[in-house]
Write a protein that binds this ligand. Sequence first.
Ligand SMILES: NC(=O)c1ccc[n+]([C@@H]2O[C@H](COP(=O)([O-])OP(=O)(O)OC[C@H]3O[C@@H](n4cnc5c(N)ncnc54)[C@H](O)[C@@H]3O)[C@@H](O)[C@H]2O)c1
Length: 424
Amino acid sequence: MEKVTIVGLGYIGLPTAIICAQSGYKVSGFDIDQDKINKINKAISPILETGITEKLKKIIKSGNLKASNNINKANIFLVAVPTPFIIKNKKNNNLNKIKQVDLSYVFNAAKEISKVLEKNNLVILESTVSVGATEKFAKILEKHSGLKLSKDFYVAHCPERVLPGKIFEELTNNNRVIGGICPKASELAKKFYSKFVMGNILITDAKTAEMTKLIENSYRDVNIAFANQVAAMANSAGINPYKLIDLANMHPRVNILTPGCGVGGHCIAVDPWFLVSSFPKDSLLLKTARDINDKKPEIIIKNILKLSKTFYKKNKVIPKILSLGLTFKPDIDDLRESPALKISKKLNLQKKKLKLSVFEPNINKIILDNLDFKNFNNLREAINWADIILILVSHDIFFELKNINLKDKIIIDESGLIYRMYKN
Ligand SMILES: NC(=O)c1ccc[n+]([C@@H]2O[C@H](COP(=O)([O-])OP(=O)(O)OC[C@H]3O[C@@H](n4cnc5c(N)ncnc54)[C@H](O)[C@@H]3O)[C@@H](O)[C@H]2O)c1
């Protein structure tokens, strides 16, 4: 049985570890978070993902997956550690800051792997990285292990493109791009993925694979920015933006995305910066899209404060506002870079102007309490309490609003949920 060590057991690493174990690999999961390790070994998933609980239970019981805070020897290492951005001052200009990739987690992972790296091992970097980072990662492995790159051991980059909420389905069905540091690395990585990937496995070099992932997410960001600008223009013209976009999308070659309250998560809101910082002159559109999407929460906050003022003038009481949804997209439990969270946090500070409560069924009450939110665990109760309902994320469960009396409520829908609810 081939042994695989997965480094980083988060949203990507844990489902991948489960799939590998299901496909016949003996898997060891390595993480620096002891709480996560304990949970996984007790078959409790530290993340919310469709189907993960049953799969994790089965695989832990089988003995083919074990999590540890010690890195174990393996034939194949797969790295899925975070790659956030850091804000740095531009050289000679302290006022001009740029966001660039933080590769420290990736490089630390390389140092850990070097301790146990052996001849003929394959190391796959799945974390999203800037162009050229896989080569640097490989050089760290070489330096710290004393082994020769592409002779004694092999390195490939294989970016992950899964959609949270559909991770298991997409881990199996998506096409994958593999960029080896050398052709043998690509060939070995292809053999590894072939055991569980049903989609096409496409071979290229490491730099091209890195850039493929970055342009995919930048493409999404630019298209979301376009949708957000369409919504802004439509709102100024007194037109329903969701209806407008639906009509435009009837064109056979037009597919405008749904406007929202901003862009969040670990990927689309982050990865374009890796291109903008590396290629500042040729990434003007990407930078503009980032700015448009980053500014959306501020625009919503401003509008809500204006509405609160009008409400107060009319009713002589400050309004009770209910934020529906806090996660960065529907039906997940991930708050990273979430614009809905940012909006709700900022509104929550405006205690003299409004009373804020939240309803977020995918986030544990203790976390919501710690974030200092008054929160409800029942949608009807939450709606009863509110004067203004601010829909930020269109979780499936919010379609229940159709069966709740919303008369006398002011509804601000930043997700398109109400339009979709009554569309047909
Ligand atoms: N989440 C997604 O939907 C998604 C999709 C595509 C690509 N990605 C990329 O995949 C990578 C991982 O993302 P994620 O969402 O799984 O992150 P995550 O934060 O959920 O998980 C990362 C894990 O790595 C662990 N870790 C950090 N440093 C470590 C080290 N030196 N050794 C061992 N473990 C370490 C952390 O404790 C954590 O459990 C990122 O580069 C991200 O951009 C994520």
